[in-house]
Ligand binder design. Structure first.
Ligand SMILES: Nc1ncnc2c1ncn2[C@@H]1O[C@H](COP(=O)(O)OP(=O)(O)OP(=O)(O)O)[C@@H](O)[C@H]1O
Length: 258
């Protein structure tokens, strides 16, 4: 397959150059060069097993040392895939929200305060401000403000996912990676998470992996299609859905992918 290089003229938040990810001797991502525009939502779509999550996790250095990641991940002019770059510091700037909401078994407030304290923020006034701001950004504040000491596990699935978004935002990251953030949610919760994402785009760059074509077309500004660990195309979402560059993308988005 040709090596497609996804480029845009917009200001970039992060880009990968010739990225490869290999589990043991099983290569999953091949020669992937992609640019992610700043303050936009980019959806990564593709069949199950095409390497979407593996690629996403490489962007904030989530893979452990047993996984080989070759190529460059350029963030603010620095290749953050170099061993000298501290992965923990990368994850402060580039947060992750997972498919299944995973709040800590603590109060709503402590879900947000705990990671902040771990990052050296201890002033109560600052902590209270961050809690309120991030819950507002994640569109959860009005639903929980009267009882922040309630256990996070008593929240609905959709509320738990918005709490996990708030927890990622509390650290004031620059980029938010979301791996199928609504696939475990009912339609009403999905709508709330999508509406939250659209608002967040004002201040954050969002990269979302999704299986859901409607979701990609509803929320994202740009879409990239992965096939067998390679970037097949990248375009503004409406363009990609209306006039895909190659037949493989057309087949996938119309459900004819065999
Ligand atoms: N930790 C791992 N160790 C070994 N192989 C893995 C690991 N994680 C994923 N894989 C393999 O990598 C390939 C790509 O998986 P990945 O989850 O990245 O694809 P995906 O496109 O996100 O799929 P899905 O949409 O089903 O989540 C699969 O063959 C999978 O079995």
């Amino acid at each position: 397959m040709e090596n497609y290089i996804a480029k845009t003229n917009l200001e970039l938040a992060i880009e990968t150059k010739n990225l490869e990810v290999i589990y043991g001797d099983h290569q999953v991502v091949f020669d992937s060069s992609l640019e992610f525009p700043r303050h936009k939502i980019t959806a990564i779509i593709g069949a199950s097993g095409s390497g979407k999550s593996t690629y996403l996790r490489s962007l904030n250095r989530m893979h452990d040392k047993t996984v080989t990641v070759n190529g460059q991940i350029v963030y603010r002019g620095v290749d953050i895939n170099q061993p000298s770059v501290n992965a923990y510091e990368v994850r402060k700037q580039i947060g992750m929200v997972f498919q299944r909401p995973n709040p800590f078994a603590k109060s709503i407030r402590n879900n947000l305060v705990f990671p902040l304290k771990e990052n050296g923020i201890t002033d109560k006034r600052v902590l209270d401000e961050r809690v309120e701001e991030s819950l507002k950004e994640a569109a959860l504040w009005d639903e929980v403000k009267d009882d922040l000491n309630k256990s996070a596990l008593e929240l609905s699935g959709g509320q738990q996912q918005r709490l996990c978004i708030a927890r990622a935002l509390a650290l004031r990251p620059d980029i938010l990676l979301m791996d199928e953030p609504a696939s475990a949610l009912d339609p009403i919760s999905t709508e709330k998470v999508e509406a939250t994402m659209r608002k967040l785009r004002r201040n954050y760059t969002i990269i979302i992996v999704t299986h859901n074509m409607q979701q990609a077309s509803r929320v994202s500004d740009f879409t990239t299609f992965f096939h067998q660990g390679r970037v097949v195309e990248f375009a503004p979402t409406q363009e990609l859905f209306q006039t895909p560059r190659v037949k493989m993308t057309e087949d996938y988005i119309s459900g004819n992918f065999g």
